[in-house]
Design a protein around this ligand. Structure first.
Ligand code: FAD
Ligand code: UDP
Length: 383
């Protein structure tokens, strides 16, 4: 009899497996329908021997020291600050928009103070900032919004920024200085030997068994277990009984080139042209030296594996219906980006899993056989 059946070997499932096994000495079975651990953070060496990310570029960044220190038990780190350029009006300029972006695009020589005024003179007043369009036009005006955000967002999400919550484009700041880093978090690193190795170490415990290429739906009634942690799509768990929750997917095209370097930075975004949104070159992220290089094109799509919850009011409302069902389902805990329908970064999922572990520990004395205790994933504690 397993104490826990954990569905999904991504961050949510693996952190909880590690905590439950190490801290409470409980027996855990982790199942994943894919043929590997690490969820969407999975990386592997491709045929040329270059370390690539199967599901697009993953850069670890956080402001939370406890989350960073927790993961540091399972990996060393390589300092890495991600930089992104955008192909806009035929030039490559920094994203997020900063002083150099504007000076380059408009042939200006503004100072930071002058740029603040330049933005203010173009910004459109918006009474209440609700949508992803509002966020940008109220800060930098419509022209830059159209150059950098409208096309990219329509490609990425299959809908206009005016139909998406403000939180989506608010992920990307606007700067008046020359800082060209994509993230400004205190801790910005890549796992020294990759994400997959980190997950393997996290799951390497005598109390943890892992079964890959195993769908929860096929084994849930066959493997005796006391409780479940579910990190897949929440609507699927309930057989889509209230309808499908929309998730956005991507098709990844991985290419290896016979040249040591393809582009100047880790990622180049294409907000105006091309069918893909961005191209990432892994050697920038990993620091690997190799005579060839591997890159990934991201083509957004409505069909395929669910990668992104789509933040907009009607989806949040449908999620709440499923959340209520989850709350009244005994002995199942819902955690992670798909199960709690939140557009979370890796550190936020780790934070949510650690917070859930604490709630489990508070609710259930270790080794207890009490049933009918559960909770939906706790709020994230990270940035
Ligand atoms: P997942 O990693 O999706 O794991 C869930 C697992 O559950 C999957 O492996 C799935 O196969 C399995 N599963 C689902 N249903 C079942 C079932 N019925 N039976 C068995 N197994 C099942 N975050 C960052 O912090 N930095 C980044 O740079 C970054 N870049 C990203 C780029 C892309 C293209 C994407 C899509 C995401 C990115 N993220 C990034 C977000 C990051 O991937 C997530 O925050 C994190 O991986 C979520 O972990 P999770 O455990 O919640 O879900
Ligand atoms: N975005 C954009 N243009 C860009 C970069 C981002 O319009 O050049 C918008 C787009 O809607 C995107 C969102 O900002 O989905 C968040 O960007 P981020 O890079 O955080 O997306 P992720 O890495 O999660 O795919």
């Amino acid at each position: 009899m397993y104490d826990w059946l954990i569905v999904g070997a991504g961050f949510a499932g693996s952190v909880l497996a590690e905590r439950l096994a190490s801290e409470r000495g409980e027996r855990v079975l982790v199942v994943d329908r894919r043929n590997h651990v690490a969820g969407n953070a999975y990386d592997r060496h491709d045929e040329a021997g270059i370390l690539v990310h199967q599901y697009g570029p993953h850069i670890f960044h956080t402001n939370s020291r406890p989350i960073f220190e927790y993961l540091s038990r399972f990996t060393g780190w390589r300092p890495y600050e991600h930089r992104v350029l955008g192909q806009v009006d035929g030039r490559l300029v920094p994203i997020p928009i900063n002083l150099d972006t504007v000076n380059t695009l408009y042939g200006l020589d503004l100072t930071s103070d002058e740029l603040e005024g330049w933005f203010a003179s173009r910004a459109e007043p918006v009474a209440e900032i609700r949508t992803s369009e509002d966020v940008v036009v109220s800060r930098v005006g419509r022209e830059l919004y159209e150059k950098f955000f409208r096309g990219y967002t329509r490609k990425q999400w299959g809908m206009d920024p005016s139909e998406l919550d403000r939180s989506v484009t608010a992920r990307v700041p606007t700067r008046t200085n020359r800082d060209d880093r994509y993230f400004t978090d205190e801790f910005q690193f890549m796992p020294e030997h990759g994400y997959t190795r980190m997950f393997e170490r996290m799951l390497d415990h005598p109390n943890i068994n892992v079964m890959l290429q195993t769908d929860f739906r096929d084994i849930r009634d066959m493997i005796p277990h006391r409780r479940t942690i579910y990190t897949g799509p929440i609507d699927e768990f309930f057989g889509f009984r209230h309808g499908k929750l929309p998730y956005r997917s991507l098709r990844f095209e991985h290419v290896t080139l016979d040249t040591p370097r393809f582009q100047a930075v880790g990622t180049v975004n294409y907000p105006q042209t091309e069918d893909y949104t961005r191209v990432s070159e892994y050697k920038h992220l990993t620091g690997q030296e190799h005579p060839k290089t591997s890159i990934t094109y991201e083509y957004p799509s409505a069909d395929g594996d669910p990668y992104y919850p789509i933040p907009r009011p009607e989806n949040a409302q449908l999620f709440r219906t499923y959340e209520r069902l989850a709350q009244s389902t005994p002995d199942v805990w819902f955690v992670g980006r798909l199960a709690t329908y939140r557009y979370y970064n890796m550190d936020q999922v780790v934070g949510q899993a650690l917070a859930t572990f604490k709630r489990i520990s508070d609710a259930l004395p270790a080794g207890a056989d009490t049933r009918t205790v559960k909770a939906i994933g706790a709020a994230a504690v990270a940035s």
